[in-house]
Design a protein. Sequence first.
Length: 226
Amino acid sequence: MSIAKRYRQLRKEIPEHVTIVLAAKMRTPEEIKEAIETGATDIGENYVQETERIYNALDEETRSKVKWHMIGNLQKNKINKAIPLFDVIETVDSVEKALSINNRLEKFSKIMPVYVEINIGSEISKSGIPPDYETVEDLAKQICKMKNLKLEGIMTMGPRFGDPEKSRLYFRKTKEIFDILITKNFKNVCLKYLSMGMSNSYKVAIEEGSNMVRLGTIIFGERCQK
């Protein structure tokens, strides 16, 4: 089945209020262009250098049709290159990183929507802040003081299991944190997006309140081994 057919099928199955971010790590410009021409609205990338290559390979009309999401760990020395490429940074996990992004955005006279990334499974191998509400709130309070950042969401990877049902409690806990944070009505915060769920777990994530899923393999197919 083609990328176009898989995307159209998933878009019909997934509720309209749920944004599909296509996780395009290691995909070719041709694959990404096919998805965009089919109607994809959001593209997620893990690496700045790879995004730059893809971005430059696409014509301006094609690449401007979608929002570009940074869904990988953004290193501080890549921020300057990331700012012109991305429309959203989903992986803010410290005050230091938020400040670094904010300071560089000021030079570009740009306001960037950002999400707080929570390491909901407290996994050593993954980035994200600890999954307790106070820590999330503290970071949110600091972000709302930064004039070039606009906090719009919460993002989590969640532990990866063969059985997606095992992810349910992690997604539920993330939603609970998200819901409490919404009630605080912090200045310069407009929490709209709960980004959780990937190709193997998106159905469970949506059931637990996700309104943004990051899908790669299920749409693009398995990556070619180089």
